[in-house]
Structures are given as C-alpha cells and as structure tokens.
Design a protein around this ligand. Structure first.
Ligand code: SF4
Length: 470
C-alpha cells in the first residue's frame, strides 16, 4: 500500500515557529491535522509567504500529493473538482470528492430544446437530511459531427449556463471548434485516443484544458496516453472504456485495477480521475424496446461505477427515479465514516412562537434533528428548539458518551439566547435524556419537563399542554 505521510513526516517541513497563523496552537498540532487531511497545507501561510521556506513547501507539496491527481472542470463558483482521492477503501480514511454527475445535451438540439434541457439539469434537486442533492455539469455531445454546428451549440450552451461543461467528440476538429467557443470556461475535452492524441493535445495545450484519454480495452495504451499528456503538464482523466450491457464485470475489474494500482501500489502512471459513461447503455437500446429498460440499466451501471471509483459519470436520463438512487448512493458513500452527519447547533423557531411558547432541546445529529423538525412541523406547533452540539451523536449515544451532560445543556440554553425570548423557564427534555433532568435543573436553573421518548409524541404532548402541568 502506498504510504501516507504521518505527522512526523510533515513536521520537519513546516517553519516550526509555532506562530499560530494557521489557527492551531503549534506546528505539531497542524502536522497532525494535515496528516488526516482535515487541514490543507495552504493554511500554513508563512510557508507560502516567506521565501526562505520555498524549498520546504515544495517538498511538503510533493509529500502530500494524493495518489490520484485532482482535476478541476469549469471556472467560477460552479467549478467542480474530481479525483484527488487518497485511499482505495473509504474506511482507510474517507473519500474526498464526490463523483461528479454530468448529463448530456445534444448539439443537434434546437435553441428552445437546449434551454429547456439545461434548465432541467440545473434545477434537478432533492432535499435529503438537510442537503440539496444536485447534479454537477453538462456534457455537450456532438451528434451532428459538424465542427461548425458544435461550435454554435457550445457558444449557445456557454450563454445559457455557468455550470462545468464537457465537450464530447472523438473528432479533433469538432473538439477544437467547441474548445475555441468555450475556452474561458475550462471545459473538459472528451476524448483523445491513440489515433487522435496529437491533434487533441494541441487543442488542450493551446487553451490549457483538462482532457480525457480513451483507450477501450487496452490499459497499456491508456497508461501511455496518460503519461504523454501528463508530461505536457496537462490535467488528465482516464476512460478505460465501458461495456455495461455485455461485460459490466470486466468494466468494474478495469476500474478497480486502475484505482488499486494508483492508491495501493503507488503507480503514478494511472493516478488520475476515472470517467464512466452509463449513458452508453442507450447505444444498445433497440427500437421498439421500452425506454424504462435502458433507464434501469443506466441506474445499475451508474451505481456500479460510483461504487467502483468513478470520479465522474455521464448520464442521459433525468427522471427522478433514475437520479435519486444514484445521488443518494453518492451522498452516503462520500460522507466521512467516522464523522456523523450533523446540523448547525443553535436556536430554531417553528411557526410563530411567542414569549409563552414551549422550549425543547435536541441533538445536532442530522437524522435526529430532521425527524424532530418534521414531527414539530406536522403537528403545527409554535415552539423554540435548541439544537445542542453533541458532535453529531444521537441523544442516547450522546448521553452515554458524555457529549450531552447537564453542563452542556445549560451552556447551550444560555448561548442560544432563548432566555430573552420567553417569559417562563420550562425546558422540555427528550424522553431519552430523562436521567439528566435533575442535574440540568441545577446547572441551568430551568424546570425540566420530560417529553416523549419518540418525537412523534411531541404534537399531543404540547397540544394538551402537558408540559405546563405538574
Ligand atoms: S502557520 Fe505554519 S508555522 Fe505557524 S503554527 Fe501553523 S504550521 Fe506552524
């Protein structure tokens, strides 16, 4: 396995002045966080500001370079980073950059049709435990094969959207026309092959654009293409080819082999982001067959490739039932396995609370919070809810792990400012934290009433004014 730098490898390359500019108490604390990739080395500002540290900085950058290079597609606020991964298995640390979803638009689309499709791509969203699940980019596909038409479509697309764009054609003349039209938007060029690499490399060099190298079924050729483009200083993405309908298993094997070689065997020649095209299932779609069949295949291929290391996938279907499982899968795979999903602590108001309204508290574990939020909203209650920082643990775990104690609750109540909003001092505790009631009363000087164990009981509990009774 390629060795990851530890704090003791990083520390000697820092200025070692303990200046605190990075926000850490000293350089050793910084080295520890940098080794975990929770703090980027650029946070050590003296390292980048002072000339005397230039040598150390270069060595540190080399040391910290991820085995899979990071590639940025697009520019401005919507640009997307792919790759930059450190590990093969999520439990070895965590995955860093979620698989980017690009959806196709054909260059043959009429202006109104293109506008509608772009709008649908940009507006596709689903709210999942407080996060907006979204797509990431648009793949402009040359259907016409005509450089002039492709350039016109690229220009139109560039006027319609600021999202990252991928230009797709195996004809270098078509790619050149599109690249010229969108050069300032840093599109991803798809693709250079063993036949076209020279022409495509000239386009990529001219506009300094990232490029996909494509060698279906020939990993040696793929590696050779990648090495050529990399030596030119260009950002590279690998497409080893996709055979979803006929040979999904061997496609998965190729992706796994490439990522394993990069992260476990330290093979720099394949240390680049991987691209998969579930959209290719539509190429096997036969006339008269139900479209749903191709969509099912697209979901299966997409899911397989997200799990098997694809850093970017190209899709066609925009149906909610196609995108939803894929976006859910991506979100769950790319969360930090040691860090529970949490929401911001602080005071939340529901309905139109007055100074007589109930005050409750809960933890900042996202699943707990959104369940409680949903139950309060459904019950139509006017209330205050203090969300306490339990480091993302549920109430039960936080009580057991001493992340939720009487002192923590008292402090959170004080900091939330709820004391100024109500004219009473009654705090409703979740039933699961009942055993903290006495200590919480002492620490906070509030009267604690134990609410229901399950937040679905909040409606009747508040509605019947049980919290006001002895
Ligand atoms: S900014 Fe750099 S030199 Fe200063 S404490 Fe942090 S790591 Fe050390």
């Amino acid at each position: 396995m390629a060795k990851r730098a530890g704090p003791m490898d990083i520390y000697p390359l820092l200025p070692q002045t303990n200046c605190g500019e990075c926000g850490e108490a000293n350089c050793m604390a910084f080295a520890t966080k940098a080794a975990e990739y929770t703090l980027g080395i650029k946070a050590c500002t003296p390292l980048y500001r002072e000339r005397e540290y230039a040598d150390k900085r270069d060595k540190l950058e080399e040391l910290m370079r991820p085995p899979v290079r990071e590639v940025v597609i697009g520019s401005g606020e919507h640009k997307v980073s792919i790759g930059g991964e450190l590990v093969l298995y999520r439990h070895d640390l965590r995955y860093l950059h979620p698989t980017a979803f690009f959806v196709d638009v054909a260059d043959s689309a009429a202006p109104e049709e293109m506008k509608k499709r772009v709008g649908e791509i940009e507006n596709w969203t689903y709210v999942y435990i407080g996060m907006d699940l979204r797509l990431d980019g648009i793949a402009l596909r040359s259907v016409s094969g005509d450089p002039k038409k492709f350039a016109e479509a690229a220009k139109r697309l560039g006027e319609l959207t600021n999202w990252p764009i991928m230009l797709c054609s195996l004809n270098p003349k078509v790619l050149a026309a599109g690249a010229q039209a969108l050069q300032s938007k840093r599109p991803l060029l798809y693709a250079a092959t063993t036949d076209s690499w020279q022409e495509v490399s000239e386009i990529a060099m001219k506009y300094q654009l990232p490029v996909v190298v494509y060698a279906p079924g020939d990993l040696n050729a793929l590696k050779s293409l990648a090495s050529t483009f990399n030596q030119m200083g260009l950002d590279v993405v690998l497409d080893p080819g996709n055979e979803f309908s006929a040979a999904l298993g061997s496609t998965i094997d190729d992706f796994t082999m490439l990522r394993r070689a990069a992260t476990r065997e330290g093979d720099e020649g394949v240390g680049f982001p991987l691209l998969a095209s579930p959209i290719s299932v539509w190429g096997d779609h036969k006339e008269g067959e139900a479209e749903e069949l191709a969509k099912w295949q697209e979901v299966l291929a997409g899911a397989s490739m997200i799990i098997r290391y694809a850093d970017i996938i190209v899709l066609h279907s925009l149906d909610m039932w196609v995108q939803l499982p894929l976006t859910f899968l991506r979100t769950n795979l790319f969360t930090d396995p040691v860090k529970p999903v949490a929401v911001e602590p602080g005071l939340r108001e529901f309905g139109h609370p007055t100074n007589d309204s109930p005050v409750m508290y809960t933890s900042n574990f996202a699943l707990t919070y959104f369940t409680v939020e949903s139950d309060i909203k459904q019950a139509g209650i006017d209330a205050y809810l203090v969300v306490i920082d339990t480091e993302g643990l549920s109430i039960q775990s936080a009580v057991a792990g001493r992340k939720l104690t009487a002192d923590v609750i008292a402090e959170a109540i004080k900091e939330s400012g709820v004391e100024k909003k109500v004219n009473h001092r009654i705090l409703i505790s979740p039933g699961m934290a009942a055993r903290l009631s006495g200590e919480t009363e002492e620490a906070s000087k509030w009267t604690v009433k134990v609410g229901p164990k399950d937040s679905s009981g909040i409606g009747p509990y508040i509605g019947d004014e049980l919290w006001k009774k002895e």
